[in-house]
Design a protein around this ligand. Structure first.
Ligand code: HEC
Length: 115
């Protein structure tokens, strides 16, 4: 890669666009929510920016169909492990609190990245 900043810039432009399509009544996009809730402190959006121990949101989207929606909302709320390796996604309390509505919004946003 010639310029390290370029893919990051492209990704943020792209996802700012997608995020604005699903802006909720508070006007916060899913991407902004993911940043505020510190999801992006661990998760990359694209595999190419990836930190290997934590799955990128795009990889999660490619792996799971919409039928996994409810289970993934539970993971966002209570944490999970052993699906991607041995690194645990911690329970809330360790990370920022997420409401069930926020968790649904985030999981929906993640799963739609596969389309
Ligand atoms: C402290 C680091 C960390 C934070 C913060 C974090 N995650 Fe995760 N997340 C992980 C790890 C590690 C895994 C892999 C767990 C596994 O293997 O089952 C994971 C897995 C997931 C999965 C897939 C679960 C599965 O069963 O495959 C989803 C969806 C997810 N995270 C969403 C989120 C969202 C949304 C947020 C923000 C509210 C978030 N994560 C915050 C570390 C984190």
């Amino acid at each position: 890669m010639k310029c390290k900043m370029l893919p990051v810039t492209l990704a943020s432009l792209l996802f700012a666009g997608i995020g604005s399509a699903v802006a909720d009544s508070h006007g916060m996009t899913a991407m902004q929510l993911a940043e505020e809730k510190k999801c992006t402190a661990c998760h990359a959006v694209n595999e190419s920016d990836g930190m290997s121990v934590v799955p990128a949101f795009k990889s999660i989207a490619q792996r799971y169909p919409m039928e996994e929606f409810d289970r993934l909302v539970q993971v966002v709320l209570t944490g999970g492990q052993d699906h991607w390796g041995h690194t645990e996604m911690p329970d809330m309390g360790v990370r920022s609190d997420v409401s069930p509505a926020d968790a649904e919004k985030l999981v929906n946003w993640i799963l739609e990245m596969d389309e």
